[in-house]
Design a protein around this ligand. Structure first.
Ligand code: GTP
Ligand code: MG
Length: 254
């Protein structure tokens, strides 16, 4: 285990994957690794990217990877699949889209399934964040679909929560009802190339600030989003390492 930890700290991708898989399947591995990572304070900025299926979360993440890499930052991505009929097929799309980063040593991308049980997102994602932090990633981007309890769970894990919506009033109202905007540090209207986008942006800005606009497929608005994320992260830099890694895999937070 000590050898594995050393390889994780050296940023070895295979060691990182092994440790995350280990922790997903073996509560004992969780507590052993937790001992090694205990007291770690210098962790990457965790950014939650959430929103309804198809709003463009993965496309935004893909472009953010580029933007952070230009700055020389190392980026870990956790694409969390909540295994619901709503998100069927999402994982394949994520993998294909982000595949172009596969040869970049500074980027680690992993899809995670939560198998639909309560607290699943918090537990397995928290472990993965701990491993990526130990491996020295500067940014850890967590993509989750913003439905159900995952909405609340992401706030416990992320330093900065970005809620993405697409133009069209229906989506906004649904998101409001689900409490999505309440957890947001930043709201992004993606697909700003859509004819209805300006109306959506104007409506949202009456209720909430800040609202950014992006056209992720073209990379538009991504530099501004990156800056906004970094600015918010510097304000919340006192946040501790996720703490439930030491809870022996039962998902309890302390
Ligand atoms: N016109 C337009 N299309 C976009 C934009 N961003 C993403 N898309 C398209 O929207 C579709 C969904 O994008 P994804 O990035 O897969 O969306 P997602 O939110 O990750 O989807 P799930 O993971 O399935 O919930 C794709 O076909 C994208 O090419 C944009 O800014 N403008
Ligand atoms: Mg996606």
């Amino acid at each position: 285990m000590a050898a594995l930890v050393a390889r994780i700290r050296a940023g070895e991708l295979r060691a990182i994957s092994r440790a995350i898989s280990f922790m997903e399947s073996d509560p004992e591995a969780v507590s052993t690794l937790a001992q090694h990572f205990k007291g770690e304070t210098n962790h990457g900025v965790v950014v939650g990217i959430t929103g309804y299926p198809g709003v463009g979360k993965s496309t935004v993440v893909d472009r953010l990877i580029d933007a952070f890499r230009v700055d020389g930052k190392r980026v870990g991505v956790l694409a969390v699949d909540i295994s619901s009929p709503l998100t069927g097929g999402a994982l394949l799309g994520d993998r294909v889209r982000m595949q172009r980063h596969a040869l970049d040593e500074g980027v680690y991308i992993r899809s995670m399934a939560t198998r639909g049980h309560a607290g699943g997102l918090a537990r397995s994602t928290c472990h993965a964040i701990t491993v990526l932090s130990a491996a020295g990633y500067d940014l850890i981007l967590v993509e989750t679909v913003g439905v159900g309890q995952e909405v609340g769970e992401i706030t416990t894990l992320a330093d900065v929560v970005v809620v993405i919506v697409a133009p069209g009033l229906g989506d906004e109202i649904q998101a409001m009802k689900a409490g999505l905007f309440e957890v947001a540090h930043l709201v992004v209207v993606n697909k700003a190339d859509h004819p209805e986008a300006q109306a959506t942006i104007a409506t949202l800005r009456r209720w909430i600030q800040p609202v950014l606009a992006t056209v992720a497929v073209k990379g538009e608005g991504i530099p501004e989003l990156k800056e906004a994320i970094l600015s918010l992260a510097s304000q919340s830099s006192a946040s501790p390492v996720p703490s439930d890694v030491s809870a022996g895999g039962d998902g309890a937070t302390t």
